[in-house]
Write a protein that binds this ligand. Structure first.
Ligand SMILES: [Zn+2]
Length: 249
């Protein structure tokens, strides 16, 4: 796979910001028709510098966990944080306003290079499992009845042992992958129950790159320039023009 699965999230570097990059991110993030796994691949490819001059589609070779972390990190690099979100208590239904800081999402680095396969000891001996990548993400998305554990096992697992293998596989993955918990718990101010909140990084990326489209629109209307000409302007110059016409402080 281009890029190689050994790449850890910490090895990825955000690509230089700019209007062209923002517009490309916006196009992908705002396209609800495409499969999520393909959008994640495209967003990472646009948002990060390709490691080792990887070929087109290099994020497909990253582990699912690293892809998820990269997507969150890309979202964290856009917009203003801490940010406010609306949620609701899962117990009493009360609306809850959440102020979320980026460092509330705990990310711990992988202990070493991420292997393509791991050996797992389960209820009936040792089985080799693939570490899940984009292709597994796509299969799970296409068929929600599939289970990740069976998908990644290189041998048939007895039906009756699936739960035990799932636990063993999860524990095995935890030893080689970076740690990341995307769900943030919060306590309800009304009833005190604890609920979980899920951040939607693709939605956030779409919201915070849309501004760029609006800026291009403003400049095109005001000066009659083409989109290509506006995107070719250095960032600072584009902002100077926008500030002259009162669109940016
Ligand atoms: Zn409540």
């Amino acid at each position: 796979m281009p890029g190689g699965i050994s790449i850890a999230a910490a090895d990825l570097m955000l690509s230089p910001t700019g209007a062209g990059r923002d517009l490309a991110l916006y196009d992908v993030a705002s396209d609800p028709g495409a499969m999520r796994s393909d959008r994640v691949t495209a967003l990472i490819e646009i948002g990060f510098v390709s490691p080792d001059r990887g070929l087109a589609g290099w994020p497909e070779g990253l582990s699912m966990q690293v892809r998820q972390i990269a997507l969150f990190q890309l979202a964290f690099s856009l917009g203003a944080w801490p940010a406010w979100f609306n949620s609701a208590c899962s117990s009493c239904g009360a609306p809850v306003d959440l102020r979320v800081a980026v460092d509330e999402f705990e990310i711990t680095p992988a202990p070493g290079p991420i292997p393509a396969e791991i050996e797992v000891e389960g209820p009936s001996g040792h089985v080799t499992f693939r570490v899940p990548t984009a292709s597994d993400e796509r299969k799970l998305e296409s068929d929600p009845t599939l289970g990740l554990t069976e998908l990644c096992a290189t041998a048939d697992l007895p039906r009756a042992e699936i739960d035990a293998w799932e636990q063993a596989f999860d524990a095995g993955l935890a030893k080689v992958l970076p740690g990341f918990e995307p769900e943030l718990p919060f306590d309800c101010p009304e009833c005190g129950a604890t609920s979980g909140w899920w951040f939607d990084p693709i939605d956030w990326i779409g919201q915070h790159t849309r501004q760029c489209l609006a800026e291009v629109d403003t400049l095109a209307r005001t000066y009659g320039w083409s989109e290509a000409a506006i995107l070719a302007l250095p960032e600072a110059r584009r902002h100077q023009y926008l500030s002259i016409i009162g669109e940016r402080r």
